[in-house]
Design a protein around this ligand. Structure first.
Ligand SMILES: *[C@@H]1O[C@H](CO)[C@@H](O)[C@H](O)[C@H]1NC(C)=O
Ligand SMILES: *[C@@H]1O[C@H](CO)[C@@H](O)[C@H](O)[C@H]1NC(C)=O
Ligand SMILES: *[C@@H]1O[C@H](CO)[C@@H](O)[C@H](O)[C@H]1NC(C)=O
Ligand SMILES: *[C@@H]1O[C@H](CO)[C@@H](O)[C@H](O)[C@H]1NC(C)=O
Length: 580
């Protein structure tokens, strides 16, 4: 069997993966992203539709976004006379130990850095050289300063670049630290890119685009395929970590925004072996639903049946929690179960599970008897409806791929690719909402495009119509009415910014003495106001040179003059400044 069950060390006898047992055409869907040439323009036009690339199952794809970068191919022929073994273009070596060291952006000031997308080759595909892992190439490229990687195949096929399994200790160490995206391209199309770089006349820029990788919906449906086995090394730890962190997000998103379902992969025991020791130990419901023995030893430790039974319990916890309108209880249950009920502490069992259920006040949002009833008699020679649903979902069908690896995430029926971490998964979930309808929580996982000095910040600040404030949206940024303006909706539904006359709307105390003293005035300006203090009384001296004359009124001498203090003009400022 070519497929690797990464989380499972021992491949036990007899159990068959459901999909393989039931159909020879199990569907494995390759998730495609898009890659386009941006410059040179001639090449961009010649390849207007871009290239199909497949996304790696590790790293950080920028779901909902894109990455523009200068293409670099670290090959001897292309301007980098580095001594690498094997050749630089395979990226199998640490670039800093090449001579001379190969480093992108090493001299650039922050803010003047170029994004580099590194082109590397799969392989080496040669008998005399050992090929290195995809993840290793990507890690080396990242360490050399690349923001993205394109791996070129040695044949005209696409495949999904998988993460190395946890038995490969070395690569597993850096796997979690890969923070850049990687895609895979067919040989011929990779050659097109290499040929563009050859003349070294023009810089080549490409765009990696993840905008339309996942189907979009108003409410995002997603599935997380997991397993309650807690003895599968680093892969299990990563799953546990993810669940523990995601449970906070679940409370925010579940219900109103997303609809989540947990799933558990199921193995089956072939009919003829239902009475064998293997199937008795690894299955429930007389061989119908199985999980391989966690330690590969049927006679010792926990058995496969223990795991399937807990998987079924967790499915029931979800069912009950969801029915009560509190689907997030599943995340809490699973986190606690993993913390408190461990194989290593010999309490991975029903008693501990029910204790956790009670600690989560299961009897308030459901009941222990409902939980037991949902699980039913696991020795029964009959189907269990929940497990049947699992088997059906696992097989996929239509456009939905088969689940063949754990952990797997499906979002709106599309397969998620990338590492299992809250930020990455959230970014993908956010990219599966109809554009502009993302929940506010999505802003947490996007880059700040409004930070001081950024394009968003300066574009908005330069706006003449009051929309001076940069505001992040999941898909970029927008300019909204800045401080000192109010948003008004016009008759035709457009938003415009109206200047606020602070001189009239603010209290004297807020305006301050510089605006309100006897010889001070407040002047409204677009978006703000100005205080004019120490206004000189032009009439004080010689009445400003205006007409004046003494008259005797009722026997008293009085001075009459035609000088009017200009302060009245300022104090009476009533200019309402409108901005269209
Ligand atoms: C790269 O190789 C050099 C020399 O072998 C070593 O000192 C350095 O730690 C390595 N860097 C990484 C990131 O592995
Ligand atoms: C990965 O990141 C962690 C946390 O930042 C760090 O402790 C660890 O050394 C990194 N591993 C490698 C191989 O760089
Ligand atoms: C869902 O929306 C309703 C109504 O807008 C609100 O009362 C409720 O608190 C929201 N639930 C969550 C989990 O945010
Ligand atoms: C969870 O509850 C919602 C709302 O009641 C329902 O639409 C959905 O089908 C339920 N999901 C599952 C897997 O039962």
């Amino acid at each position: 069997m070519a497929r690797v069950w990464r989380w499972q060390r021992a491949a036990p006898l007899l159990l068959a993966v459901l999909a393989l047992a039931s159909s020879a055409q199990a569907l494995f869907v390759i998730e495609k992203g898009a890659l386009k040439i941006k410059f040179p323009r001639g090449a961009a036009q010649a390849h207007r539709d871009g290239f199909d690339v497949s996304m790696a199952n590790f790293g950080s794809p920028k779901y909902g976004g894109e990455l523009i970068g200068k293409l670099v191919y670290p090959d001897k022929e292309h301007g980098h006379p580095n001594d690498c073994k094997p050749d630089c273009n395979f990226a199998c070596q640490n670039f800093s130990s090449a001579s001379p060291p190969f480093k992108l952006n090493h001299q650039a000031e922050p803010g003047q850095r170029t994004n580099y997308i590194m082109l590397v080759d799969r392989g080496p595909h040669r008998d005399d050289m050992q090929a290195c892992k995809f993840a290793e190439k990507v890690w080396n490229a990242q360490e050399a300063g690349a923001q993205g990687v394109i791996v070129v195949n040695y044949e005209d096929k696409l495949t999904t670049m998988e993460a190395p399994d946890d038995q490969d200790e070395v690569s597993y160490k850096y796997l979690r630290n890969i923070t850049i995206p990687a895609v895979f391209i067919k040989k011929t199309e990779g050659q097109v890119l290499k040929d563009l770089l050859k003349p070294e006349l023009e810089d080549v820029y490409v765009v990696m685009d993840w905008n339309d990788v996942l189907p979009r919906a108003d409410k995002v449906n997603w599935e997380f395929w997991t397993n309650s086995n807690d003895m599968c090394g680093a892969v299990c730890n990563v799953q546990r970590e993810f669940i523990k962190e995601y449970k906070h997000v679940a409370r925010e998103l579940e219900g109103n925004w997303t609809e989540f379902t947990p799933h558990y992969i199921v193995w089956v025991c072939p009919e003829a072996y239902r009475d064998s020791e293997e199937c008795k130990s690894q299955c429930i419901h007389k061989g119908r639903y199985c999980t391989p023995d966690p330690d590969g030893d049927l006679t010792a430790g926990y058995s496969g049946a223990d795991i399937v039974q807990e998987n079924l319990r967790q499915l029931c916890v979800f069912k009950l929690a969801n029915q009560s309108g509190q689907p997030w209880q599943w995340w809490d249950y699973v986190t606690r179960f993993a913390n408190e009920c461990k194989m290593s502490e010999q309490n991975y069992n029903e008693e501990c599970a029910e204790k956790v259920f009670n600690e989560l006040h299961g009897n308030e949002w459901s009941s222990l008897s409902a939980l037991r009833e949902c699980i039913g008699d696991v020795t029964q020679d009959a189907d269990n409806p929940l497990m049947e649903v699992e088997m059906k979902r696992q097989r996929g069908g239509g456009d939905t791929g088969e689940v063949y690896i754990l952990p797997t995430i499906r979002i709106n029926n599309g397969q998620y690719r990338g590492k299992l971490s809250v930020t990455e998964v959230m970014r993908a979930l956010c990219a599966a909402f109809v554009k502009g309808k993302e929940p506010p929580a999505c802003l947490k996982v996007k880059e700040d495009e409004c930070r001081p000095g950024s394009v968003g910040d300066s574009v908005c600040a330069a706006n003449k119509h009051g929309k001076t404030k940069c505001q992040n949206t999941f898909n970029g940024y927008e300019c909204v009415c800045g401080p000192g303006y109010v948003t008004q909706t016009t008759k035709d539904g457009k938003l415009r910014c109206l200047n606020v006359n602070e001189c009239k709307t603010l209290d004297a105390a807020d305006l301050g003495r510089d605006c309100t003293c006897p010889r001070c005035a407040c002047q409204d300006v677009p978006g703000s106001y100005k205080c004019i203090s120490d206004l000189k009384d032009e009439c004080a001296e010689d009445h400003g040179g205006c007409w004046r004359q003494d008259f005797t009124v009722s026997g008293e001498k009085k001075l009459f003059h035609a000088c009017q203090d200009n302060i009245e003009i300022y104090k009476g400022n009533i200019v309402i400044f409108e901005v269209r």
